[in-house]
Design a protein around this ligand. Structure first.
Ligand code: GDG
Length: 712
């Protein structure tokens, strides 16, 4: 039976150590509960840190704990106190957490915490790796483990890997400020399916993918290294049954009760909430002595200074409000700084007339959903921040901007004066949604998508080991082989600027190797200027076709030209110049055989808007009939239609009369080469519809394939 591996920073148990033994208490709620319903169909194992540092107990005790956890389908990751400090309190909570919640000023960039983050992600990998069997699925959770999908993918190319991000994914403008933005995104792209709570986070993630990784995307799919990575919103739900089976308290308090329950965190907007309440008290004295605000804060991350400071600010404000408005018989705020077991939250939810959930940012916020689910009578009123993920689904709540103090105060008044009928109408609408999209639905929909993706997850390449072997064996028998390569994106990885693609020793080694095979012919057929090709490769005895075949230099040094003068060139340059001014990052390459307009460095959304415009303007030029417009990789090429790479290839074939041909290219302009030689072995690098017989994912893969060619 295949196994579902759940990997998260913490295991879903609290571990108690008493007199040399350990007791496990399963955590309730969230993912652990949602998974119960898949237990019947699939075995699963949980991998994570058990909450006790490895170096605070001796080896024997660690063994004991490991055995106990293994009996409960859990595998502990042994972290030292220092690793926890640097990876968890450090990079996760001092860098990723504040940035993701839009607290740029609190975001720290410390090299040692990033190092620990990488090390611990690797350690998680090392722990899981020996257990993985073919057919298994791994579901990685949250921002502490963003590198893990990449590590798993590298070792297990066909493993099903899902990743869920529980916190907000920030906008590109924020994410780009991370020193290690690329490494984090590369790590996530190891997954087949990446889930977020809302479409806003999906959008932000996609925007970072196109701008930072310069990857194309099709709606919610990213083609990446022969795989399709899917990204989607899966709003997490709650276990509704837990909340609506408990009986409502029969005795009603004499106060209207306002409740809030949060973990201590600056993202929760607690000081602003207190100011909002103060605003309400000051504007509505008729409620003095009639309302009570129960403010419950669960201790959290107390080791970090900023949390300690926040606690002082909150406590000072509470004291101020109670001091100012309180009387001998009435305290406006009841403050409890403690965590409650979830069961104890339910009566609190049920006794609250108003629930204040006003985080400045929150991935989802399950407390808001739990409050609605606990109020079976429909008489509760939820005030919810617009910037909590939950506000997308709970649109019938009174929604507030969490920094707008007056709005919070007025929302409290609106909630206290709302008719029971209106409350019930809103409650029922939210409840229907919460019931339908509960935590079981969340787990199922994510896992089901991940499982069915396997069926569409055929590699993009047609090439399996066997056909590649076929190329090799027919080459071995050939007496007069010809190798034709495009340059950029084929034997040299695409660069942001055409000028940066100067051939390296690796390229020269490759060409020399093929030229050294007996009676071998090698050709480079490129869109680059013939002059440039000659400058780079002129010393090698090979064919150099520049400007898509407009210039041809033979191995014996003979040079020739093809095609007409270009009557449209001035017009096209004028048009493109205008667009270049409007599109920062674009550049024009003026070549003897045509013009290339590169937009690789432009902001992708701008390209989407402008590209159609450019093509349309070019198409309407009077001289249109004598030019050919072609779309390459982030480049528009305008050239002489009587000259193309296919014609260059035909000329080389006539010259060489080969008995074996391998032609490799990577973009639309290379399709002419594939079409000109239907009997050749043809390979296209990258995705896209192609006439080539084989496809490989990257230049690196091509080099790996070329390594198989050795002396006959
Ligand atoms: C991350 C994201 C996202 C039990 N006792 C207390 C308490 N609980 C339970 C609540 C609720 C859960 O803890 C807290 O819900 P959150 O939604 O805030 O979840 P977190 O795990 O803290 O946060 C968040 C979530 O992941 C799920 O993806 O919604 O946006 O930050 O089930 O019943 N909660 C509090 N005090 C207690 O004493 N605050």
């Amino acid at each position: 039976m295949s196994t579902l591996w759940i990997v998260s920073n913490r295991l879903p148990f609290s571990v108690r150590q008493t007199e040399g033994t350990f007791q496990l208490k399963p955590s309730v709620g969230g993912l652990a509960t949602g998974l119960q319903s898949v237990r019947e169909q699939q075995t699963f194992q949980w991998v994570g840190w058990p909450g006790i540092a490895k170096d605070t107990i001796d080896k024997e005790q660690w063994k004991l704990l490991t055995t106990l956890l293994e009996k409960n389908d859990a595998i502990p990751v042994p972290l030292t106190q220092e690793e926890i400090d640097l990876y968890y309190h450090g990079y996760s909570n001092e860098t990723l957490w504040p940035l993701s919640h839009y607290f740029l000023e609190k975001t720290r960039h410390r090299p040692e915490t990033w190092e620990a983050y990488q090390k611990v992600n690797q350690l998680f990998f090392d722990i899981i790796q020996p257990f993985i069997k073919p057919g298994d699925t791994v579901w990685v959770h949250d921002y502490q483990l963003m590198l893990l999908p990449g590590l798993l993918r590298h070792a297990f190319p066909s493993l099903k890997i899902g990743y869920f991000h529980h916190i907000p994914f920030p906008s590109f403008e924020l994410f780009r400020t991370l020193v290690h933005q690329k490494e984090l995104l590369t790590g996530l792209l190891g997954a087949d399916l990446i889930g977020f709570h809302t479409y806003d986070y999906v959008r932000h993630f996609m925007s970072s993918i196109t701008r930072i990784m310069q990857l194309d995307r099709h709606l919610f799919t990213i083609p990446y290294h022969q795989r399709l990575v899917q990204v989607d919103a899966f709003p997490m739900g709650i276990d509704v049954e837990t909340f609506d089976h408990v009986k409502l308290p029969s005795k009603k308090s004499k106060y209207s009760m306002i409740l809030s329950i949060d973990r201590l965190d600056y993202s929760k907007g607690i000081p602003q909430r207190l100011l909002g309440y103060e605003h309400f008290l000051s504007n509505h004295p008729e409620y003095h002595g009639k309302v009570s605000f129960k403010l419950i804060i669960a201790p959290s991350r107390e080791l970090l200074d900023s949390y300690d400071q926040l606690k002082s600010i909150i406590e000072q404000k509470i004291a101020e409000i109670n001091g100012k408005y309180g009387t001998q018989s009435w305290m406006p705020i009841w403050y409890l700084y403690q965590a409650f077991p979830q069961d104890d939250l339910i009566p609190l939810y049920q006794s609250a007339d108003v629930m204040l959930v006003t985080p400045l940012r929150d991935g989802m916020n399950l407390v808001a959903k739990e409050y609605v689910a606990s109020h079976r009578d429909g008489k509760g009123c939820l005030i919810l921040s617009e910037t909590a993920g939950a506000s997308h689904e709970l649109s019938e709540a009174i929604r507030v901007n969490p920094v707008n103090i007056e709005a919070i105060g007025e929302a409290i008044f609106e909630a206290l004066t709302m008719s029971d009928r209106e409350k019930k109408r809103r409650h029922d609408a939210m409840m229907n949604r919460i019931r339908r999209t509960n935590v079981h639905y969340w787990v199922h929909s994510f896992l089901e998508r991940l499982e069915t993706m396997g069926e569409t997850k055929k590699p993009l390449q047609k090439t399996e080991q066997k056909p590649l072997d076929d190329i090799l064996s027919s080459w071995k028998m050939a007496k007069n082989p010809l190798f034709v390569f495009d340059y950029d994106g084929t034997i040299f990885s695409l660069q942001s600027r055409p000028d940066d693609a100067k051939p390296t020793a690796k390229v020269f080694d490759l060409l020399s190797k093929f030229l050294a095979f007996p009676s071998s012919h090698v050709a480079i057929v490129s869109g680059r200027e013939g002059k440039q090709l000659k400058h780079w490769f002129g010393h090698l005895p090979m064919y150099l076709a520049g400007n898509h075949g407009r210039t041809m230099r033979k191995p014996n040094g003979h040079e020739s030209r093809l095609g007409s003068t270009l009557p449209w060139k001035k017009d096209v340059l004028r048009v493109l110049q205008q667009y270049m001014d409007q599109m920062p990052g674009s550049l024009i390459e003026d070549k003897a055989g045509g013009i290339a307009f590169h937009y690789r460095l432009c902001e992708p959304d701008m390209v989407t808007i402008r590209k159609g415009d450019i093509l349309h303007t070019l198409e309407t030029l009077e001289s249109r009939t004598s030019m050919q417009i072609m779309l390459g990789h982030k480049v528009i090429e305008i050239k002489d239609p009587t000259v193309h790479k296919g014609i260059a290839v035909q000329k080389i074939i006539e010259d060489v009369q080969p008995d074996f041909m391998l032609i490799v290219g990577d973009d639309e302009t290379d399709e002419n080469m594939f079409a000109a030689a239907p009997h050749a072995h043809t390979i296209r690098i990258g995705k896209g519809k192609t006439l080539a017989k084989y496809q490989l994912g990257s230049v690196d893969e091509l080099y790996a394939f070329f390594a198989l060619f050795s002396k006959k």
